[in-house]
Design a protein around this ligand. Structure first.
Ligand code: R5P
Length: 301
């Protein structure tokens, strides 16, 4: 197997290659003045299983294009199979038509991957695995969803949050809180969040959470603007929580998200390295390497 670390995931690609003890082959890349992407493979991939590691944030359209160019070129030069490792998959929140006439964006993304010959896609804590798998049924790409949540919880356990309350900001993410609670050893709870589909405004209903003097962690798949996480943290602090951590798999951190979350009272912000930020204290490399190992077993080839 050869790992091709795409321009968006050079460090993660190398970490995965190290875990597997295989080569991380450099991918030459450039952005032309007009914004187009250039990609060139720097070695042979002929007859090899190739894993292209490329996250898709920030600048999702550019990162997606780089992924497609790399995967397509690996196929052109004789790779026996091309696996895409896309730790954060852009457009995952537009996995349904919420309003009449909307694009089914995630379906288009998977179709493009299929068209460049990607056979398998590994993602981390996808926004909604049920709808991703409904989309998978319409295409030949096999999708494998792995999780960073237990690793985030392990880190928190070692940094003062053992036994803390694990929360999710909405019902859709409760499985994250449950997976974390399994590691942290505390209870779980959730908020009730609704988002206005036209304005994007979030309404978060506070529950009586019994957090006075206790430690709590809010787990979400994505922190984008930080609005959801900041609201959750503020509710917990207002209800008297002693310490609150904000943890996510994908730290997109757009438009001052960290500041918003800090201002809301978060004592710790933590993320995985699906998108590299200063908060990426947890690496997903081992989990992805294990999945790649499993996929390279003869029955999957
Ligand atoms: C949405 O349902 C996701 O799970 C996240 O809660 C959401 O994407 C976070 O977005 P923001 O940081 O902009 O509130």
């Amino acid at each position: 197997m050869i790992i091709l670390p795409g321009p968006a995931s050079i460090e993660l690609g190398k970490r995965i290659a190290d875990e597997l003890g295989v080569i991380a082959q450099t991918v030459d890349h450039r952005i032309f003045p007009d914004g187009e992407s250039y990609i060139r493979l720097t070695g042979s991939v002929s007859g090899e299983v190739v894993a292209v590691v490329q996250t898709t944030a920030p600048y999702p359209d550019q990162k997606l294009m780089q992924l497609l160019l790399t995967a397509s070129t690996a196929n052109d030069f004789g790779a026996s199979r091309v696996v895409a490792v896309v730790p954060y998959i852009a457009y995952s929140r537009q996995d349904k038509r919420f309003l009449e006439g909307e694009a089914l964006s995630l379906d288009v993304v998977i179709r493009l991957m299929e068209n460049v010959g990607i056979t398998d896609l590994i993602v981390v804590d996808t926004h909604n695995s049920a709808s991703l798998h409904m989309i998978e049924e319409r295409h030949s790409v096999k999708i494998h969803n792995v999780s960073a949540i237990p690793l985030l919880a392990e880190y928190l356990k070692k940094h003062g949050y053992e036994g803390a309350l694990s929360l999710s900001p909405d019902k859709g993410a409760i499985h994250h809180a449950e997976a974390a609670a399994y590691v942290l050893g505390g209870p779980t709870s959730l908020f009730e969040k609704t988002r206005d589909r036209k304005t994007g405004e979030i309404i978060m209903a506070a529950k009586d959470l019994d957090v006075k003097g206790k430690r709590a962690v809010v787990f979400d798949d994505i922190i984008s603007s930080g609005g959801t996480m900041a609201m959750a943290v503020a509710v917990l602090k207002n209800q008297g929580a002693e310490k609150v951590a904000a943890a996510c798999s994908h730290a997109l951190f757009m438009g001052g998200a960290e500041e918003k979350i800090r201002k809301a009272g978060a004592d710790l912000i933590l993320a995985a390295d699906t998108v590299e930020t200063q908060y990426s204290q947890v690496t997903i490399a081992g989990v992805i390497a294990a999945k790649l190992k499993q996929l390279s077993k003869p029955q999957h080839l």
